[in-house]
Write a protein that binds this ligand. Structure first.
Ligand code: BTN
Length: 319
């Protein structure tokens, strides 16, 4: 089915006969596959008698050769899937199979994209970036401290460099424009964090998405914010460069080297918030983060420290 899509991606008209000949199938089989493409991938295809079929808008697909070609010599080997349950899940399977890290897993769509706290990450075909970078960590806990916050900062820088204004951070690792989410990060870890382990840095960026009924929170995309369509291959290359820079600073100097920069870009610094931990809610005012990336919250006049993957923040009405 995706071979057919690749023939159509230029946005020009292609006759049913030519498409059938290229694929070695009949014209009616072409027609059936096109119906599947529309239903399954949500693509819109025009049919005009005498001219054939045309995608409503041209598509730029992820291209590993282009990504490799434009990346720096230090870049990571990349695998691109047309469709996968989750790039993080695939990355974990690849670690299990013994694939040597570092490596990068990308997909055009995810059928079971994972968000933090068990949420689903809506992942339509060819619109956004679903990016999982696998690293082998040998330095013990210190190499993991604040790592997800560092990735958030790198993604923020990459988006700003692409001309998306107003992107900031929300502890622990959401990227927002105003109150709307533009990107999210999910770290998953296997092995012994105190010794040798593998960490999957899962990054989801809303790139060209313009509509998505299923998203259950306020959201935006790079395209909605800037009015431009972005080339995701270019974004992968640029994000890789910024990530390399931040990860090597973190590896050499630890999270304390990045702490101040993170706080400067924290949108909710000084705001009145509720910290949600399962069914519990703690009200306080954000003081900042500590040298390990944990949240510092003033609760009833006393500063308290919170960390953990299941925590999330909400702004209080009186903030
Ligand atoms: C969040 O809830 O904010 C985290 C979202 C993380 C989504 C990305 S998309 C690539 C990678 N694969 C997944 O299944 N999830 C992460």
């Amino acid at each position: 089915m995706l071979t057919l899509l690749k023939l159509l991606k230029d946005g020009r008209f292609h006759s049913g006969q030519a498409l059938g000949a290229a694929l070695g199938i009949s014209r009616s089989a072409v027609w059936k596959q096109l119906q599947h493409l529309e239903a399954e991938l949500g693509l819109s295809i025009h049919r005009v008698r005498g001219r054939g079929y045309q995608l409503a808008a041209p598509l730029t697909l992820l291209d590993p050769a282009q990504i490799d070609d434009k990346s720096s010599a230090r870049s990571w080997p990349v695998q691109v899937f047309d469709s996968i349950d989750s790039t993080n899940a695939e990355a974990l399977r690849a670690i299990e199979r013994g694939l040597a890290a570092p490596f990068l897993v990308l997909a055009e769509r995810q059928t079971a994209g994972r968000g933090r706290r068990g949420r689903k990450w809506v992942s339509p075909f060819a619109e956004n970036l679903y990016y999982s970078l696998v690293l082998r960590i040998e330095g013990g806990m210190r190499q993991l401290e604040g790592l997800s916050l560092v990735v958030g900062l790198a993604v923020m820088r990459a988006l700003r460099e692409q001309g998306v204004a107003g992107v900031g951070l929300k502890w622990p690792n959401d990227l927002l424009v105003g109150q709307k989410k533009i990107a999210g990060i999910l770290l998953e870890l296997v092995g012994d964090p105190a010794d040798v382990c593998h960490v999957v840095l899962g990054v989801g960026i809303n790139v060209n998405m313009q509509a998505a009924d299923e998203v259950d929170q306020q959201w935006t995309s790079m395209r909605l914010e800037s009015g431009r369509v972005f080339d995701r291959n270019h974004l992968v290359v640029e994000l890789g460069l910024v990530l390399q820079d931040y990860l090597s600073r973190h590896q050499c100097d630890g999270f304390s080297a990045i702490h101040a920069e993170w706080e400067q870009n924290h949108l909710w610094q000084g705001r009145a918030v509720s910290l949600i931990a399962g069914v519990n809610q703690i009200d306080g005012v954000v003081v900042g983060i500590d040298s390990r990336g944990a949240l510092r919250l003033k609760v009833d006049g006393v500063e308290k420290i919170f960390s953990g993957g299941e925590l999330s923040l909400r702004l209080r009405d009186d903030s």
